[in-house]
Design a protein around this ligand. Structure first.
Ligand code: PEP
Ligand code: MG
Length: 758
């Protein structure tokens, strides 16, 4: 009989749909191995699941081996043919296993009868999920086509296993342990935190970080008790709302919103979730309490999961619980979102921010430090965010009216009328200062010298303000967000479509793409590198790209294609040596050659630049300027790495000083190096829109500023009020000073500062 690989892939797809309906994990995996063995006419098919914590694979389902092996046979990473395939992230096909040095024989499970061995790793991006293995008695039984078919199945299985694991971990849940309830904060209290995204937010506290999912919406005690029928209606309504939310978000944020509500949909469709709520209601538990109980059970298990993908679903299930409860209580439809509420959460991910933003949240209070990417995405979405301590967060009573000052990092609980009035005035003043209609096409200094203002783009939605505020181009496109919010690496074509939109919408203006900058405080949940003790000093940015050439090349080809017939540039983050730059450049050239060979249109004239963000890059700025087409100063990281101050750690935020003499001199050196070689130089970190430091930056010769574009009116006004001769004098004075205190005194004296921090 012929092997039927197409039928096999179809049958597996059918099994996947059973997984989505909440079928038991063990039954599912067993069905998969039976189906694969049947279609491939293999004597054995087995699935191993990888445990990230102890770095071992464990046999979870088999057709053909002794059933007693399930749960008992385990392999280390690299052990046996299967362990090696998973370690090396590639399929391994062996004609005669008994002759292979890698073969590991397990006595008693009757494996010795099988010679042909094909092991395919089950991966999510580069994250190890497990392995799919087939074996046959006949030597050299498996063909290259079988390898292809098994790879396709392994790719489908990755999603299914993770989803099923997500739900089944809940079913095997452990007993809850009650945490002590912290004393709540007094009304009128003020919390001081750290600003992560500016703006004023007003709303009621809603703690998505607590285990109190029903706290924001208690039912009316007079109303008749809610029944299972009511629950079913609420589930249906919630389902419709989530589908609509996904549709709307995809329309608004096409680059980052792909399937971001899929976990909501999956949990809601899981019979175990809604069924258990229904059972509790039938047993006499009030409906709202029943939802909260089940939601809390899921939260408890998700947050303890070893898999980052599962831990990341905590806010999803809480959010789902909130929405379901509101629908059950039949609150007005607009109350189903987070309008009028400030979310308090322990940890947040960029995807949570996107989801809650789609649900009209007013602001975020985050209590476990704010990653730079979270701050950046909140700013792009215009949602204020403040980082506060865990203790303070736990002491805010749900439902408390709050006013949050995202600029200063201050939160007022039950603010007085006077505070409210003050902030209404401040908001009006802010609006007047940031009115886009004030921005002129060209930015000129008082003495008439041209300065260019570019936009930093994080999401495609930033393009609208970029045009409105008359950005002269894109000085920094942070390309990582489409990677961060997906559950797998976006393909070259998916990336191309995003980058092409960016280029098209800038209508012929220069666009500067920055290659992927992940690592540090933001890892991709589907890419697990070994745990790093110091991730900021680890596999970040260009280091990741150079190590993962396939992923890097896909991104480069997508950039190059999107730039066809346009003015585009590519720059590399965290370059530490000329060699890094040369290595990256040669991969760009390889990509260009490949595109040319295949007749694909692209921009051959793409300029290649270096982000100067490391002290080592400053030291070799001269050589970097010589080799590259342009330099761009990434001041956020430059300050972090030169001063050894974590940019996200509020405990050392007083040491994160843009006006440190070492930073000022470094910037001066980089600009001078670029000028010596006649190369373009710009600045794109937050310092570029720092009002107090702008005269210095102009004084050392910077003329190109890439900023969060809403700051364009302020920056343009300040440039217009500056004489370059004065700016140069200020810069020279500052460069002569060796002490922070001296610089602060000078800046104060010149009345350039109130608070001199960046
Ligand atoms: C910087 O470091 O200044 C920069 C612009 O890059 P990012 O903030 O994305 O790290
Ligand atoms: Mg940086």
């Amino acid at each position: 009989m012929k092997k039927r690989n197409v039928d096999l892939v179809c049958d597996i797809a059918e099994l996947m749909s059973l997984a989505e309906e909440g079928q038991d994990r063990k039954v599912l995996l067993q069905n998969v191995v039976t189906t694969v063995a049947k279609h491939m006419q293999a004597d054995v098919c087995s699935i191993y699941i990888y445990d990230e914590e102890n770095r071992r694979l464990s046999l979870r389902a088999t057709q053909g081996l002794d059933a007693s092996a399930i749960g008992n046979v385990t392999l280390g990473l690299g052990e046996g043919i299967t362990g090696r395939a998973v370690r090396e992230l590639r399929p391994i096909c062996v004609g005669a296993a008994s002759k292979s040095s890698a073969y590991k024989f397990f006595p008693g499970i009757h494996e010795e009868e099988y010679e042909a061995f094909l092991a395919v790793p089950i991966l999510r991006g580069l994250r190890r999920i497990g392995a799919l293995v087939v074996q046959a008695r006949e030597v050299n039984y498996f063909t290259p086509n079988d390898v292809k078919a098994l790879r396709a199945i392994a790719a489908q299985l990755a999603t299914m296993i993770e989803n099923v694991q997500l739900l089944s971990e809940v079913r095997d849940r452990a007993v809850e342990s009650a945490a002590p309830v912290p004393k709540k904060m007094d009304r009128g209290a003020i919390i001081r935190g750290r600003s992560a995204s500016t703006g004023t937010a007003r709303g009621r506290a809603c703690a998505l970080g607590s285990n109190d999912a029903e706290a924001c919406m208690l039912p009316d005690p007079e109303a008749p008790p809610l029944t299972v029928d009511d629950l079913e209606k609420a589930v249906e309504k919630t389902m419709t709302q989530i589908d609509e939310l996904q549709r709307q978000t995809t329309a608004d944020l096409a680059d980052v919103a792909v399937l971001i509500f899929s976990a909501h949909q999956l949990i809601l469709e899981d019979r175990q979730f809604t069924g258990r709520i229904a059972d509790l209601i039938k047993d006499g538990t009030p409906a709202v309490k029943a939802i909260a109980t089940v939601v809390n059970e899921y939260v408890e298990v998700f947050s303890r999961s070893k898999m980052p993908m599962i831990r990341e679903k905590v806010l999803d299930v809480k959010d789902l619980g909130n929405r379901l409860t509101r629908n059950l209580l039949n609150k007005a439809s607009d109350a189903c979102d987070y309008r009028g509420q400030i979310i308090i959460a322990h940890e947040m991910l960029p995807s949570d921010i996107l989801k809650l933003s789609a649900e009209n949240v007013e602001g975020f209070l985050v209590s476990s430090g704010v990653t730079s990417h979270n701050a950046i995405i909140s700013r792009s979405l215009g949602i204020p965010m403040v980082a506060i301590s865990r203790e303070d967060a736990d002491r805010i009573e749900d439902g408390t009216e709050m006013l949050m000052d995202g600029e200063q990092g201050i939160v007022y609980l039950d603010p007085s009328d006077a505070v409210r009035r003050k902030y209404t005035e401040l908001d009006e003043a802010w609006k007047a200062l940031h009115d886009a209609s004030d921005v002129k096409e060209q930015t000129l200094t008082k003495c008439g010298e041209r300065v260019r203002i570019y936009a930093n783009i994080n999401l495609l939605s930033d393009l609208k303000p970029a045009r409105k505020f008359k950005a002269e181009g894109v000085g920094l496109y942070r390309s990582e967000f489409p990677f961060i919010v997906r559950t797998d690496f976006p393909t070259e074509d998916e990336q191309y479509l995003i980058y092409k939109k960016l280029v098209d919408q800038m209508e012929g203006k220069t666009v500067t793409f920055r290659t992927l900058d992940i690592g540090g405080d933001k890892m991709l949940s589907y890419y697990s590198s070994v745990d790093e003790a110091n991730p900021f000093l680890g596999m970040r940015a260009i280091r990741f790209s150079l190590q993962n050439k396939d992923i890097f090349s896909e991104q480069l080809r997508a950039f190059l294609r999107a730039g066809a017939e346009s003015r585009t540039r590519i720059m590399f983050p965290l370059i530490s040596s000329v060699d890094d730059f040369v290595a990256a450049r040669s991969i760009v050239h390889e990509c260009m050659d490949e595109l040319e060979k295949n007749g694909v249109p692209f921009n051959r004239k793409t300029e290649l630049g270096v982000m100067v963000e490391l002290p080592s890059a400053v030291e070799v700025a001269d050589e970097l300027a010589f080799e590259s087409d342009f330099l761009s100063i990434g001041s956020n990281d430059l300050i972090q790495y030169m001063l050894a101050v974590d940019r996200t750690n509020e405990k050392v935020s007083n040491l994160y000083l843009a006006h440190h003499p070492a930073i000022l001199r470094a910037i001066n050196r980089v600009v001078a190096a670029a000028q010596t070689h006649g190369k373009d130089v710009s600045i794109c970190g937050d310092l570029s829109a720092n009002k107090r430091m702008l005269p210095f930056l102009l004084g050392v010769g910077l003329r190109k500023f890439s900023i969060d574009i809403v700051n364009a009116p302020t920056v343009q006004r300040l440039v217009a009020s500056t004489n370059l001769a004065d700016a140069e004098e200020i810069a020279n004075h500052l460069l002569d000073m060796g002490r922070i205190s001296e610089i602060e005194a000078y800046l104060l004296e010149r009345d350039l500062v109130g608070d001199v921090q960046a």
